[in-house]
Design a protein around this ligand. Structure first.
Ligand SMILES: NC(=O)c1ccc[n+]([C@@H]2O[C@H](COP(=O)([O-])OP(=O)(O)OC[C@H]3O[C@@H](n4cnc5c(N)ncnc54)[C@H](O)[C@@H]3O)[C@@H](O)[C@H]2O)c1
Length: 430
C-alpha cells in the first residue's frame, strides 16, 4: 500500500474546471458551492443509508468549498408512495420506482447505491456502463466474484473519467483520519498490535424478526459483512497494509427467528404472528490476522454485545506509542507517546475538533463536536473532489474488493475450524 491519502481538499478545487463529460450543465445553487457546475446525484434506496447519504449530499456544499455543487436529482425505491415521501422529506427533486430508469436519466451524473448487498453489483455495473460515477455502500458486494467484476468495471470506467468509490464512512471520522495521519507520520513507530472490535446488541432478543440482514441471499453474511467489513477496512487504512491471512471463528447464536410482518428497514421490522424462518448468516465473528510488517491483529464483530450500541473500538500499539478510539466517543482520540519519560506519562485525550484536524476546517469552533452523520458529509465532500479531479478515490472499488477477500478468507477459515487462511492482495488497492 502507498502513503495515505489525506481527506481530499482544496487542492482539488483547481481541477474543478475540467469536470469531465458527465458533470456538466446548468449550475444550481448549493450554499458555498453556488457558482460551481453541478454534480447531479441519483440515489437507490431511501431508508437508513438513504437518509444518511441524503444528509451528506445536502450538506457538503454548504459546509465545504467544493469544486462541484451536489444536487439531489432523483431518488429510487420500489414503493411509489414511500419513495415520493422520502423524496419530499430528504429534498430530492424526482422519484423513480425502477433503478434501471434512474441510471439512464440524463439529469443524473452519479449513482449512489444504498440498497442491501445483493443488488450492489448489478446496479453498479449497469451505472458504470451507462457512463455514471458510482458510490456504493459497504460491503462492496456479497461475493468476491461480484467485487472483482465491479473492480474491473471501475478501472475501465476510470479511463473514461468516471469515478467509483466504496462507502466506508468510518474513514471520515476526523479522529480516525487523524489516527491515520499520526501512524503515517511514524508517531507510533513499528506497529505490534492492531486491536479492533465492532460491538452492537440489537439481536440479543431472540424474538427480534428475521430482516434482510439475517438472510445470506440478501446480505451475503451477517455481523461479518455488516460490521466486520468496516473494521477490516479501518485496520488496513490505519496501518497502510493489507492483511496477509486470518484465523477465524463464527457463530449463529439464534438460528430461527420470527418472519417480518411489515416493512423492514435498517435494523428493525415488525414481526408477523407465529411463523419463523431460518437465520442463514453469522451472528458474530472473531478472528486474528497477520500484517506483512509482522503486526498481529485481532477482530471482533458482533450483534450480541449486550449494552453496546455502536461501539467501534480501535487500539494500535507501536514501539513508540499507542492510539485508541471508540466510535461512541467519536470526537476523541487517546494517544500515548512512549518516548516521553515514564514519570509523568500516560494516555492523553486529544479532542479532535481543531481547525487543522482532518475535515474540521469547515465546521464549528474547537470543542463543538461532530457526530455520525458528519461522516457522510465528509464522504460526499471527498467524492466530489475525486470526481472534479478525475482521480481514483479512496476507498476505491479495489479497496472494497480487498476487504471482500478478507471476509471470504474469514468464512473459509471458520469453515475449517480456524485454520490459518492466506489472502491474496488486490494489486491496485491503496
Ligand atoms: N456505512 C454505514 O455505516 C452503514 C450502515 C448501515 C448500512 N450500511 C449499508 O448500506 C446498505 C443499505 O443498508 P440500510 O441499512 O440502508 O438498509 P435499509 O433496509 O434501511 O434500506 C434499504 C433500502 O434499499 C431499498 N431497496 C432494496 N432493494 C431495492 C431494489 N432492488 N431497488 C430499489 N430499492 C431497493 C429498500 O426499499 C430500502 O429503501 C447495505 O449495503 C448496508 O450494509 C452501511
Amino acid at each position: 500500500m502507498g502513503q495515505p491519502q489525506q481527506p481530499e481538499g482544496a487542492e482539488a478545487d483547481a481541477a474543478a474546471a475540467g469536470t469531465g463529460t458527465v458533470a456538466t450543465g446548468a449550475a444550481a445553487a448549493a450554499g458555498a458551492t453556488a457558482s460551481r457546475p453541478p454534480l447531479r446525484v441519483g440515489m437507490v434506496g431511501y431508508a437508513f443509508m438513504g437518509a444518511a447519504h441524503s444528509q451528506g449530499w445536502r450538506t457538503a456544499g454548504r459546509v465545504f468549498d467544493l469544486p462541484l455543487a451536489p444536487e439531489l436529482a432523483a431518488i429510487c425505491g420500489r414503493d411509489a408512495d414511500a419513495v415520493r415521501a422520502a423524496a419530499d422529506r430528504h429534498g430530492w427533486a424526482a422519484a423513480e420506482t425502477d433503478w434501471r430508469a434512474l441510471i439512464t436519466r440524463d439529469d443524473v451524473d452519479l449513482v449512489d447505491i444504498c440498497t442491501p448487498g445483493d443488488s450492489h453489483a448489478e446496479i453498479a455495473l449497469a451505472a458504470l456502463a451507462a457512463g455514471k460515477h458510482v458510490l456504493c455502500e459497504k460491503p462492496l458486494a456479497n461475493t468476491v466474484a461480484e467485487a472483482e467484476a465491479m473492480t474491473r468495471a471501475a478501472e475501465r470506467a476510470l479511463a473514461r473519467g468516471q469515478i467509483a468509490m466504496a462507502g466506508f464512512n468510518y474513514r471520515r471520522v476526523p479522529a480516525t483520519a487523524l489516527a491515520r495521519r499520526m501512524v503515517a507520520e511514524g508517531r507510533l513507530g513499528r506497529l505490534r498490535h492492531v486491536r479492533v472490535a465492532y460491538l452492537q446488541d440489537w439481536l440479543v432478543d431472540p424474538e427480534a424478526p428475521l430482516t434482510w440482514r439475517l438472510r445470506r441471499e440478501q446480505a451475503g453474511s451477517g455481523a461479518l459483512g455488516d460490521l466486520g467489513a468496516h473494521i477490516v477496512d479501518l485496520a488496513q487504512y490505519l496501518t497502510g497494509e493489507h492483511l496477509a491471512g486470518v484465523s477465524a471463528l463464527t457463530e449463529t447464536f439464534v438460528r430461527e427467528r420470527p418472519l417480518t410482518g411489515g416493512a423492514a428497514r435498517g435494523l428493525s421490522a415488525v414481526s408477523a404472528d407465529g411463523t419463523t424462518g431460518r437465520v442463514t448468516v453469522d451472528d458474530a465473528a472473531v478472528f486474528t490476522g497477520r500484517f506483512p510488517s509482522g503486526a498481529l491483529a485481532t477482530f471482533e464483530a458482533t450483534r450480541y454485545a449486550t449494552g453496546r450500541k455502536n461501539a467501534l473500538r480501535i487500539e494500535l500499539n507501536g514501539e513508540r506509542g499507542s492510539l485508541a478510539f471508540d466510535l461512541e466517543r467519536l470526537n476523541e482520540l487517546s494517544y500515548h507517546d512512549a518516548t516521553e519519560p515514564d514519570s509523568h506519562n500516560g494516555f492523553r485525550r486529544i479532542l479532535v475538533t481543531e481547525p487543522d484536524h482532518p475535515y474540521l476546517d469547515g465546521w464549528w469552533p474547537p470543542g463543538h463536536g461532530l457526530g455520525y452523520e458528519h461522516t457522510f458529509v465528509h464522504q460526499a465532500r471527498d467524492l466530489v473532489h475525486a470526481v472534479a479531479a478525475g482521480r481514483s478515490p479512496e476507498p476505491s472499488f479495489a479497496d472494497g474488493l480487498q476487504v471482500q477477500r478478507v471476509l471470504a478468507a474469514v468464512e473459509e477459515s471458520a469453515g475449517k475450524n480456524a485454520v490459518y487462511t492466506p489472502i491474496t492482495a488486490v494489486p491496485n488497492a491503496a
